[in-house]
Design a binder for this molecule. Structure first.
Ligand SMILES: [Zn+2]
Length: 141
């Protein structure tokens, strides 16, 4: 069995109909046995969706997807760089940033971690530079 979406050229009615095969559809059409469900007109044909439009849409979607993936990859690369070269201090970021800034102890590694917008602002007011970086949680994948 095959389901076709049929379109009536007389009243623009669109309806679904089942056929044993595409051959049967052609046969019935030739014999003028396919009628519109609304106006009974035999001026009925398979409704053909515009493949041009649909393929353009999917291509755009594909492009967007690829673009998003590339950005994600870049962020991941950057993340790996940060993970290798910076010490993760998590929630202690504000505390650690202060102790590095005010302390004498020279740390080889930079730090990265979590801080609220308020904490970042406070750090900036104290002259401690921070940078916000885009971050993707590994759990997302
Ligand atoms: Zn009709």
């Amino acid at each position: 069995m095959i389901k076709y979406q049929l379109k009536c050229k007389s009243c623009k009615n669109i309806f679904d109909s089942w056929f044993a095969s595409s051959k049967e559809f052609e046969k019935l059409k030739k014999m003028k046995l396919i009628n519109c469900s609304e106006c009974n007109s035999i001026n009925v044909d398979k409704s053909i969706m515009s493949p041009r439009v649909s393929s353009k849409l999917s291509l755009d979607k594909k492009k967007t997807f690829l673009k998003a993936n590339k950005v994600k990859l870049k962020i991941k690369e950057f993340q790996n760089y940060v993970k290798k070269n910076f010490e993760y201090v998590g929630e202690n970021f504000t505390y650690k940033a202060r102790s590095i800034h005010y302390g004498d102890k020279k740390t080889k590694k930079g730090i990265f971690g979590k801080a609220s917008q308020k904490e970042i602002k406070e750090l900036n007011d104290e002259g401690i530079e921070t940078a916000q970086i885009p971050w993707i949680d590994d759990k997302e994948n």
